[in-house]
Design a protein around this ligand. Structure first.
Ligand code: GTP
Ligand code: MG
Length: 230
């Protein structure tokens, strides 16, 4: 019996030893990844290109908009987490090169295997000069406001402060006019009470290409007149 106990003790030590080693290895890889992204960001900003992050909840249409703005053909999905790592691509906006970042969608509970991609997304948003936050206008008004509220909470928590915010109310091709009017109102009212810096709300359809030119115009306007915090 003592032999059984002692071998059990040994096995446990070995288990923890292995776990620690595995954990240390993963941690080292994550640090390397993060460092690489940091260097890539420095390279981008030293070229002088402003960066615009497309943020928002999963399934809001971020990749669809990213593809439209950058002529990219990234996969678009029905359901959550089509995009699991951020992607950056340059595009000309009113003759000026802008780097767009397609990000991983916000959700309430992040599954373990996407946590790192999620952090990467957050870093890209904080480093950006401007964020276009997408909302899905086809959802119930309470859901729209709830998601706007928690998106703003995430953004301020990670340090997106003092910068302008464009809220794009997406998928307007799929809702009625009066519905759009009332949702625009509540979103504007929420922002005027809760976002302390410059903001604009623009109804768009990334899929049916409605108001994309207006969105580009506002993006370039905000980039031309940077607020002092970046
Ligand atoms: N009707 C309509 N559907 C849209 C519009 N934009 C996107 N969609 C659809 O919404 C779904 C999700 O689009 P994505 O672009 O993959 O959304 P996403 O925000 O990148 O999602 P994640 O990468 O999972 O976070 C797809 O089925 C799109 O075709 C739009 O303007 N109108
Ligand atoms: Mg996506």
């Amino acid at each position: 019996l003592p032999g059984f106990l002692s071998s059990g003790g040994y096995a446990t030590d070995a288990y923890y030893y292995n776990m620690r080693r595995r954990y240390a290895k993963i941690k080292k890889e994550l640090i390397k990844l993060r460092e690489r992204r940091r260097l890539e960001r420095i390279k981008r900003s030293s070229r002088g290109y402003p960066q615009v992050a497309i943020s928002g909840y999963t399934n809001a249409g971020k990749t669809t908009l990213f593809n439209v703005l950058t002529n990219e053909s990234k996969p678009v999905g029905q359901g959550m987490f089509t995009t699991i790592s951020p992607k950056v691509k340059g595009a000309l906006i009113n003759g000026r090169k802008v780097m767009f970042v397609d990000t991983v969608g916000f959700i309430r509970k992040v599954p373990a295997d996407v946590i790192e991609a999620f952090y990467a997304t957050l870093e890209e948003i904080v480093e950006s000069n401007l964020s276009v936050m997408l909302l899905d206008s086809t959802e119930h008004p309470n859901i729209v406001i709830d998601k706007l509220k928690s998106s703003l909470e995430v953004m301020t928590k990670i340090g997106y402060l003092g910068k302008p915010l464009i809220v794009a109310l997406n998928k307007i091709d799929a809702i009625a006019n009066d519905e759009l009017t009332s949702k625009l109102e509540i979103v504007k009212e929420f922002l005027s009470n809760n976002y302390r810096w410059e903001w604009r709300v623009i109804p768009i359809s990334a899929l049916k290409l409605i108001n994309i030119d207006l969105l580009k115009e506002v993006i370039s306007k905000y980039l031309e007149h940077p607020t002092n915090s970046y």
